[in-house]
Every structure is written in structure tokens, then in C-alpha cells.
Design a protein. Structure first.
Length: 563
């Protein structure tokens, strides 16, 4: 009886266990089904009649920027933040990293929230939707972040991220498996806890095949200083001393060396906001432009990788139209005239500055004769980028706007290049989004769905970000180039590209940071109008190698490897 009873108990336990296992598997299946059903609910809406259609909520981009406070009470909170398009897992679809502020003791006036705001990484599923992979990737924070610049500093084929913060900065090494590792301490690029870093840019200033790093710093913020004109809300930038910028040289072994003084960079009174890099004089070495707040801007000319000289004043790019030091926010480079030289656009709180490159290191300010100054002057411009939004082969300008010291919204602007040196504000013709008043800051641009036209993501201060899908740009032809350096840095940053199509030549350079605290699609986009064939693509790599491709079909993403 004992044996039978024991066997009966064992069988009963087995049956109970199997029943529980079945219930567990059924529940797991239901959860998985619900999970899949949630994913399936994320479907990009069909195109409407707008050129740019705001679809962020529908495709899983639920990011809401935070100033870390209930009210806007200081200049730190008003200065952020940026975003970047990058293909962190190299699956052929660009992902999105977005920066946010957060609650900081001594900075934020409100109570510490139960859930702290953080930065977010969104993975592009390849079906037009995104998923939040911040925790899995390990890149959330906690920091009070301003901007992000992306570059493969160790040449392993996976893009790494440098996040600039109020406080110490962070260098994230991409592990190639969907995760990142904080290697800031080993690399030696964190700075100090008292730093207030803004724009930063990757560049290979000495063409040794490894990306170096320029970090723009803003000011020495003192939370106890309260003397200001009441309607302003808080003290302005001139109430604080400037912080000097830093240039780090990549040693090629995962470490960096501060070479700021050695390279002749003397930042005495520049309160850096946006930072960009391009070879403006075609000498084969990348130069650096720093957009400073309430002080003259810097154009650091690269002297063959051995030193830098500030050519801002001699070049005509240090000051505004009337010789004033405007509230400069961001810089971008492009050849908007078709001259084969890199021009510049600087967004600010006044009429902005469009600089035409006249060669021989001289620029002419063209914002008024180009038709940009008057419409731009109604708003405070933050992030601006050169993009060919309609693929007609002419470089246009997108400008994100927002009030300086208050959470007052302003409409973004889109200026179409008319091909005769003039631009037209076509914002209201391109969609209902451009009627919305938001407090814009950083913005990044890229082809998120690989359909050949440029989409946009705009960070709005203390508000939900805006994702704009381009519905009509690919009615014209296009080509995307993905550069892969071998002797040069892996990203090909600094490469100079000439594309001839339909008898017309377009010129550009591979950049990292673009606009305010942000970075665009790492692939290089060309609009080709109605041409279905590219006659010639010439690439001058940073190594000095020249590569020529002939008779390339339009409407494709072409990977070009340095020979």
C-alpha cells in the first residue's frame, strides 16, 4: 500500500507539474502574442498630401525631452538638446539616439521625480517603425545631456557615440552586439564635473586614419547667481565666464591626448554652441568652425595637421552682417552655389548668416541678397542643415526655431534653393507641421526608410520630439553613398566627393556633426532630378587616394570601399 500510494502521489505531482507547465507555456504564448500584436499595431500611416508628414507617435518614437524641472529657470535648461541618426547595428537602416536633460541637485528647482528622464536609443526595425532599446544597449544615462556626435573611433566597423553633458562627458564604445560600453575613463575624454559641454565633432585632423575629437564648451554656470532683468527669466550667457574648448588626439589604442595648447587653439572668450568641421580651402586637411554665443566665432584653419590658426576675422566669418557678435547656434557646410567649394550657414537669433565661399580663404555674407535674412529674422534659429529635400540636385536649408529663454514655440522653416543664388521660404507649402509652434533645438536628417528622400527628427525643448517623413522627395531620382575607409578612418570622414550627373557636377564632403548638437545620416545623399544615370563619382579620400566610379545607376544605396 505504501508503495502504491507513493507512486500515486508521484503521478499526481507529475500531472500537476505538467498542468502548471502547460498553463505557463500558454500564458507565455499569450504574452508573446500580445507583444507581437503590440508590434503589429505600429504601422506607418499612409502618406497624406503634405510634403513632410509628422508620424512620430505612429512609428514608436515616444521620446519626450525634459529640462529636469517644472519651469525653465536657468541657461543650462534652455540650451539642450540634440539627436543623431546612426546605424548602430549595421543592418542597413538608420537608428535614432536622442538626448535629454534630467533632474540634477542644485540645478533643478523642483523635487526629484520618481522616474528620472534619460537619453533614448531607438532601433529601426526596417518596416518603418522603431523600438526603444535604451536599456538593452545601456546608453540611457543618467546625465544632463546636451548633444551627441557619432564616429568609429577604433575603426572596428561599428559607430561609437560621444555624449556631451552638463558635467562630465561620456564616450560609448559600440560592442557590435547591440550594446555599448562606457570607455570614457580609459579614453581620457570625460573632462571635469564642472564642465558645460555643448557641440562636439569627430574629425581626423592629421589624416593618420584615426578620428580625433573637438569638444566645444560653453560657460562656468553658477546656480547661485541670480542677478538678471526680470522679464528674461534668468541670467544670460554674458553673466558667466567662458569655458575653453578642447581638442583630443586619438592615439590609436583606445586612448586620447589633450593637444589643445600644443595645436595652437586659444579659446579665450568663446562660449561654444554648435561645432562643425570641413575642409573649406581644399588643402586636404579638415578645418573646424565654432559657433559661439555672444562672442566672435572661430574658423580654425588646419595647418597640415601640425597646428591650427583662427581665420574667423580674416575670412569674414567671425561676426554677423553688421559686424556684431550674434547669438550663434549652429553651423553646416555645403556647396549651395555649385562652385565646387564648401559654403556655410550659421543660424542665430537674428537674420542668420549664409556665407558663400569665394576661394582663397574668403567668404561673402549672402543672407540678405539670398532672401533668407528677412523671413529668418522673425525667429530664433537653432539647428540648421543643408539638405536636398526634393532631390532636384540643389541644396536647400532646414531651420529649427524656438524662443531663447522661455518655452514659447515658433514654427520651423524650410528654404528652397531656387538655383540662382536665392532661396524661397516654402515652409507652409510643405505641410501642416510648419504651422505648429514648438520650442525647437537640435535636429537630424536622413533617409530612415531607404526610399531615397530625406526625413527629419526635431528635438523640442521639454516636449515631444517631431519626426517628419518625406512623402514626395523621391519623385525625383537619387543615390546614397556609404563610404568605408581602409587606409583612411573607417567612416571616411573628411572625404571629398564630386558627382557628375546630367552634365552638372555636385560637390560635398563627408562630415560628422551637423547643425546644433546633432548629426545626420552617415550616408551621403545626392538628389539627381530626373536623371537615371550618374556619369561619374570622384572621391578624394583623407589618405590622399583618389577613386573614380563611372556610369552608376540611380536610385540605389551604394557602398564604396577605399581601394
Amino acid at each position: 500500500m505504501f508503495v502504491k500510494s507513493n507512486m500515486f502521489c508521484i503521478k499526481a505531482i507529475e500531472i500537476k507539474f505538467l498542468s502548471l507547465l502547460f498553463i505557463f507555456l500558454l500564458a507565455l504564448s499569450a504574452c508573446q502574442s500580445n507583444k507581437n500584436s503590440k508590434k503589429s499595431k505600429l504601422t506607418p500611416p499612409p502618406p497624406d498630401n503634405d510634403y513632410f508628414q509628422e508620424i512620430g507617435k505612429e512609428i514608436g518614437l515616444d521620446f519626450v525631452h525634459s529640462i529636469g524641472d517644472k519651469e525653465l529657470t536657468n541657461i543650462v535648461e534652455s540650451s539642450g538638446a540634440g539627436a543623431a541618426f546612426l546605424d548602430y547595428d549595421q543592418d542597413g537602416f538608420i537608428d535614432l539616439y536622442v538626448c535629454s536633460g534630467t533632474w540634477v541637485k542644485g540645478l533643478s528647482s523642483g523635487d526629484k521625480p520618481e522616474i528620472m528622464p534619460e537619453n533614448h536609443l531607438y532601433h529601426n526595425r526596417g518596416d518603418g517603425t522603431f523600438e526603444d532599446v535604451t536599456k538593452k544597449a545601456g546608453v540611457g544615462g543618467p546625465w544632463y545631456s546636451m548633444g551627441v556626435t557619432v564616429g568609429d573611433f577604433n575603426n572596428d566597423g561599428y559607430p561609437d557615440m560621444y555624449v556631451s553633458n552638463y558635467g562630465t562627458n561620456v564616450l560609448y564604445k559600440n560592442n557590435g552586439n547591440g550594446t555599448f560600453t562606457d570607455v570614457t575613463k580609459k579614453a581620457g575624454v570625460g573632462g571635469k564635473e564642472t564642465d558645460f559641454s555643448t557641440g562636439a565633432v569627430w574629425l581626423d585632423y592629421d589624416n593618420d586614419g584615426f578620428l580625433d575629437l573637438y569638444v566645444g564648451k560653453y560657460l562656468n554656470f553658477d546656480p547661485n547667481y541670480k542677478y538678471y532683468y526680470a522679464p528674461d527669466g534668468f541670467p544670460g550667457p554674458l553673466a558667466y565666464d567662458a569655458q575653453p574648448d578642447v581638442l583630443y588626439h586619438n592615439n590609436g589604442d583606445g586612448t586620447f591626448t589633450d593637444v589643445t595648447k600644443e595645436m595652437g587653439i586659444k579659446d579665450l572668450d568663446g562660449r561654444a554652441m554648435g561645432v562643425g568641421a570641413a575642409d573649406y580651402d581644399e588643402d586636404g586637411f579638415v578645418d573646424i568652425y565654432v559657433a559661439n554665443d555672444h562672442s566672435m566665432n572661430y574658423l580654425w584653419h588646419n595647418n597640415a595637421g601640425k597646428s591650427f590658426t583662427d581665420m574667423g576675422t580674416p575670412s569674414g566669418t567671425a561676426f554677423g552682417q553688421s559686424g556684431e557678435s550674434a547669438v550663434s547656434m549652429s553651423v553646416d557646410f555645403a556647396d549651395y552655389t555649385g562652385s565646387g567649394r564648401m559654403d556655410m550657414f550659421i543660424s542665430d537669433d537674428k537674420y542668420c548668416r549664409l556665407y558663400e565661399n569665394l576661394d582663397n580663404g574668403i567668404f561673402a555674407e549672402k543672407s540678405y541678397p539670398s532672401g533668407i535674412a528677412m523671413p529668418a529674422g522673425q525667429y530664433v534659429g537653432w539647428s540648421s542643415s543643408f539638405i536636398d529635400y526634393n532631390n532636384d540636385g540643389l541644396i536647400d536649408i532646414y531651420k529649427a526655431n524656438g524662443a531663447l529663454k522661455h518655452l514659447y514655440g515658433q514654427e520651423d522653416q524650410l528654404f528652397e534653393n531656387m538655383g540662382d543664388g536665392k532661396f524661397k521660404d516654402v515652409s507652409t507649402e510643405c505641410g501642416s507641421y510648419f504651422l505648429k509652434e514648438l520650442v525647437g533645438r537640435g535636429a537630424c536628417f536622413g533617409d530612415y526608410d531607404n526610399d531615397g528622400d530625406i526625413d527629419a527628427y526635431v528635438v523640442n525643448l521639454n516636449d515631444r520630439g517631431s519626426f517628419l517623413r518625406n512623402n514626395k522627395g523621391n519623385q525625383n531620382n537619387w543615390i546614397l553613398l556609404k563610404l568605408e575607409g581602409t587606409t583612411s578612418n573607417r567612416d571616411g570622414i573628411g572625404a571629398r566627393i564630386r558627382l557628375t550627373c546630367g552634365g552638372k557636377t555636385q560637390y560635398t564632403q563627408k562630415k560628422s556633426t551637423t547643425g546644433y548638437l546633432s548629426q545626420n545620416d552617415p550616408r551621403i545623399h545626392f538628389g539627381l532630378a530626373k536623371n537615371d544615370m550618374v556619369e561619374k563619382i570622384e572621391i578624394k579620400w583623407p589618405s590622399g587616394k583618389v577613386q573614380v566610379l563611372n556610369n552608376i545607376k540611380a536610385n540605389q544605396i551604394l557602398t564604396v570601399k577605399e581601394p
